[in-house]
Design a protein around this ligand. Structure first.
Ligand code: CA
Length: 120
């Protein structure tokens, strides 16, 4: 049921893909984040709208998930993630190690602020 969606907008900006077609209780779990992806959800404990994710760097995650992400999961196979408050990997940042999940970004003063992220 997983469906990746890599969107390139009319302006040419990459937009982060909404992985699941719809957010339901059944797929609002870590397991909804495919291997090799960094994923984010709008609400606590991997619930709410999402997961939004990408296996690549995202200099701007897109209008919809921007400044909305509250929980994240680095399901990468070899790399860590650095998430940033601003576009193009700028502003304050948060390190998310490979295999790490954060159920509540409020604990890191990073709730509803992620705008870009990079594999590091
Ligand atoms: Ca949120």
């Amino acid at each position: 049921m997983k469906k990746t969606l890599a969107v390139i907008s009319a302006t040419g900006l990459l937009s982060i893909g909404l992985i699941a077609g719809s957010a339901t209780a059944a797929n609002a779990t870590l397991g909804a984040c495919p291997s090799s992806y960094f994923c984010g959800w709008f609400d606590l404990t991997y619930t709410g709208n999402g997961p939004y994710g990408s296996a690549g760097d995202m200099f701007y995650i897109g209008l919809v998930p921007n400044d909305q992400i509250t929980s994240v999961y680095n399901h990468g196979v070899s790399s860590n993630i650095r998430a940033y408050a601003d576009a193009n990997y700028t502003g304050s940042s948060l390190f998310v190690g490979r295999g790490s999940a954060i159920a509540d970004l409020r604990n890191y003063s990073f709730n509803d602020v992620i705008t870009s992220f990079q594999w590091v």
